[in-house]
Design a protein around this ligand. Sequence first.
Ligand code: HEM
Length: 236
Amino acid sequence: MPSQKIFYKHTRAIRWFHWINFPLLAIMIWSGLLIYWANDVYRLGWNDTTLLKFFPDSFNQALDIPFRLAEGMSLHFAFMWLFILNGIAYVLYLIFSKEWKYLLPNKSSFGESWRVILHDLHIRRGLPPQKKYNAAQRIAYSLVIVMGIGSFLTGLAIYKPVQLSWLCNIMGGYAFCRILHFTLTILFCLFFLVHIIQVILAGWNNFAAMIRGFEVKPIEETSSNQTLSETPEENL
Ligand code: HEM
């Protein structure tokens, strides 16, 4: 039996922000669907040709979405404050704890992210050396934060388009802000899908670290491409 070591990965704060964000985002998307049903204007297509309608009646019926606009609005406008507060606290934490250094892309991330993607698709062997996150993760996690800020700003603009008309106007007007807000929601769903697939592929140890904070690895694996430390402060 090879001896094992503990490697710290996620601080308690990161884990709390992450797990609070998950149900909050789920409620925001669900209540958003209840609201969108009342005015389902978006589709992918051109002229009279529709490739994809958001969302077909069968989808709405299956999820019992119709006629729940008031419920959707109450949920959306109550939980948005918690979603925003958790997001602001997370970003402030990243800044003051200096964790942003391990999350934001650096100058090699954009080049390296292709190597990570080709590796994940089993087209190329070997991964570039990494610390807490690989280049593709750095880009994806940073983008998802920008998407959160975008949802917040476009949401505020379409929530109070009269009082916050200046915000609505600088972001292209009500109709455009609504399209952006909707598109960001679809992108969150796509991020979630890829994120879950990656978490499943990465395995239990990686997932458990987002719950308990550390990974347990056989000592010989410590020579892998990932540098993690045995002390919480240095791993990041
Ligand atoms: C069932 C749902 C989810 C699971 C199981 C999950 C799992 C994980 C795991 C295991 C990590 C660490 C990855 C690693 O160490 O390589 C992680 C990081 C992260 N996840 Fe999730 N996640 C979920 C939902 C979400 C959602 C809904 C979002 C936001 C849209 C999200 C955003 C992030 C971000 C930004 C990080 C990096 C956190 C940091 O270090 O600051 N996750 N997730």
